[in-house]
Design a protein around this ligand. Structure first.
Ligand code: 5AD
Ligand code: SF4
Length: 420
């Protein structure tokens, strides 16, 4: 019996999909890339913006035919939209067999057992992650979010923060390394808020976690997403700089460059604090690349606020960034604060995208000629420590780290040739 997983949304969802895959494989199911071959279909949904939710819902609608085409097929809906709209989707799509929302990931195995009363469970069955995910693996360290950014639905669908014990995390890191991982990306909604009071005889924080993961045999590289600026403490920065495994690259969502908007978003930092923070990071780790998330068109965002975001992007010299159009999520405070005309948001989005594209192209222009350590993830591509994807000319092997001279940086994926 085979299963197919369709994943929408963030890396957290990708990691959850992998975790669900492990549960299914422990029950004797094999993964497939072809929905026609599958008996079990998992759709892991996202609800962070309306667009993401709509795409997942229309996919679920199409599965009615898929299910009818062969008897015994099962449709499982998971993730954040499943958590938020459970009753709605169960009512709308009677062909769904199981809804397991984002809060139920930890119970997924038990829920699936209920669906297939007689599936054998054997945890020794080997999980075969896709090649790219094998060399560079995600490990979930915490779930939920204690923030309540006023635009964000995540705290409602994923709940309050819970931190996985250090032993569990290190155990998963060792498992991933045994499966071939060389790079570990620690995952959490505010990954660097990690702390456990009194564990191991004293309090443990994110810096301890970074150090411990870096020290696991076989781990060459450590990354983490997504940190919140507020918890980017001097201790975390020092530890990042001191651990050779921690890569010089960070995704640090800023959301806006305007203080009044940051306040309305309840982000808990100012523009200047953010800019000082990335200056500290770059001082501690020269050459560090920094990416970000920006929301344009937040309720009440004036032309002046928007210009402040553009100027922050220029000042911060981001290496890349994701620009999102504000999307009202019902249940969040900001959803009650009105909205801008669609054309205005579209215009700001385009302007912001163009600026970010120009800046990241400028950054990339400095790369050709440089020699970088590239960790190969599949037959032809790998990543630099700064997190640029590189297509390497010539035979390479997944899992090896080689020196590569960058030859072209016109596109998001760089080109390079191995050097000795
Ligand atoms: N509208 C637009 N973008 C959003 N994000 C979160 N909520 C919303 C929303 N309601 C963006 C933030 C976050 C990223 C994952 O998604 O920028 O960092
Ligand atoms: Fe949402 Fe803010 Fe929590 Fe990030 S920190 S998940 S944006 S509430």
């Amino acid at each position: 019996m085979k299963y197919y997983v369709r994943t929408y949304g963030c890396q957290m969802n990708v990691a959850d999909s992998n975790e669900m895959g492990r549960h299914l494989e422990a029950r004797g199911l094999a993964s497939t890339e072809d929905p026609d071959e599958a008996t079990v279909m998992v759709v892991n949904t996202c609800t962070v913006r309306q667009h993401a939710e709509d795409r997942a819902l229309s996919e679920i609608g199409r599965l009615k035919r898929w299910k009818a085409a062969r008897p015994g097929r099962k449709v499982i809906i998971t993730g954040c939209a499943a958590e938020r709209t459970r009753e709605d989707i169960e009512g709308r799509f009677p062909h769904i067999d199981l809804v397991a929302g984002a809060k139920s990931i930890e119970d997924f195995g038990v829920l699936v057992d209920g669906l297939f009363a007689r599936l054998p469970t054997d945890d020794s069955l080997e999980y075969a992650a896709p090649a790219g995910d094998r060399v560079s693996a995600f490990v979930t360290t915490m779930r939920g979010c204690n923030y309540s950014c006023t635009y964000c639905i995540v705290p409602y669908v994923r709940g309050r923060e819970i931190y996985h014990p250090m032993e569990r995390i290190l155990g998963e890191v060792r498992d991933r390394v045994a499966e071939g991982a060389r790079e570990i990306t620690l995952l959490g909604q505010t990954v660097n808020s990690y702390h456990l009071d009194g564990s191991r005889g004293r309090d443990t924080d994110f810096a301890d976690l970074l150090e411990a993961v870096g020290a696991v045999d076989g781990v060459e590289r450590v990354r983490f997403i997504s940190p919140h600026p507020y918890y980017m403490t001097p201790r975390v920065i020092e530890t990042m700089a001191a651990c050779p495994e921690v890569c010089e690259s960070l995704h640090l969502p800023v959301q806006s460059g305007s203080d009044p908007i940051l306040r309305k978003m309840l982000r808990n930092y100012t523009r200047d604090q953010y800019l000082n923070l990335i200056a500290d990071l770059r001082r501690a780790m020269p050459g560090m690349t920094i990416g970000t998330d920006i929301i344009v068109g937040f309720p009440g965002e004036t032309e002046h606020d928007f210009r402040a975001t553009l100027s922050l992007i220029e000042e911060a010299r981001f290496d890349w960034g994701f620009i999102f159009k504000y999307s009202a999520r019902s249940g969040t405070p900001a959803a009650l604060w009105g909205s801008h005309p669609r054309e205005l948001i579209e215009e700001r989005h385009q302007e912001c995208l163009a600026l970010m594209d120009r800046l990241s192209a400028e950054k990339r222009r400095a790369l050709p000629g440089r020699v970088e350590h590239v960790l190969i993830e599949d037959e032809e591509c790998g990543r630099t420590r700064a997190n640029y994807k590189v297509r390497v000319a010539g035979p390479v092997q997944a899992g090896e780290t080689i020196k590569v001279r960058i030859t072209d940086a016109t596109h998001a994926t760089l080109e390079g040739t191995p050097v000795n």
